[in-house]
Write a protein of this length. Structure first.
Length: 95
């Protein structure tokens, strides 16, 4: 994960009302970001039903885009405001 270097420069890029949304593979990225910025500014996305698999030699199967769940590192209401944005991108949503 390339998060190590990027998270160190992140605080300088944020304004007073900025939030950070992370949607990454693997566990622990939110904890690493929260070590660099206030956890109150952090939204976390978990993707489900994404990806591809090999169904046979020379044949790939795309599993499609299913769902992205969004939540906050510290519980609040900001994640609900992102529903319209996700729907514009063609994703089902759950907050």
């Amino acid at each position: 994960m390339r998060l190590s270097r990027q998270r160190l420069s992140l605080p300088a890029l944020l304004h007073d009302d900025s939030v950070v949304l992370t949607i990454q593979n693997g566990l622990g990225s939110a904890d690493r970001l929260a070590a660099s910025i206030s956890a109150e500014r952090l939204l976390i996305g978990v993707a489900g039903g994404f990806g591809a698999s090999l169904s046979g030699p020379g044949h790939a199967h795309h599993n499609g885009m299913e769902l992205i769940r969004l939540g906050e590192m510290i519980w609040g209401e900001r994640a609900r405001g992102l529903k319209g944005l996700r729907r514009c991108g063609g994703m089902r949503d759950s907050t």
